[in-house]
Design a protein around this ligand. Structure first.
Ligand code: ZN
Length: 75
């Protein structure tokens, strides 16, 4: 594993989340052009991230919301 692979591992989450600065984005993208392992890894991590974010957007059932709200009312 090269230092650039380790760089991708260190920053892939910020890259996928869009929280990386332009210099680091270029470094990640330059590396995945020449490293199939990191390209595959980043693709899989990106799909998992997308699914996770999608799950967070599913609204909670009304009964659950009501139950949680009532718990806060008791505090
Ligand atoms: Zn790599």
């Amino acid at each position: 594993m090269s230092p650039e692979c380790i760089f991708v591992l260190d920053y892939y989450n910020d890259y996928i989340s869009g929280e990386l600065d332009l210099g680091k984005i270029s470094r990640v993208e330059d590396h995945i052009k020449v490293c199939p392992n990191c390209e595959i890894f980043l693709g899989k991590a990106s799909r998992i991230h997308g699914r996770t974010v999608g799950l967070l957007r599913i609204p909670a059932p009304k009964a659950l919301k009501k139950s949680i709200s009532s718990m806060f009312d008791k505090v």
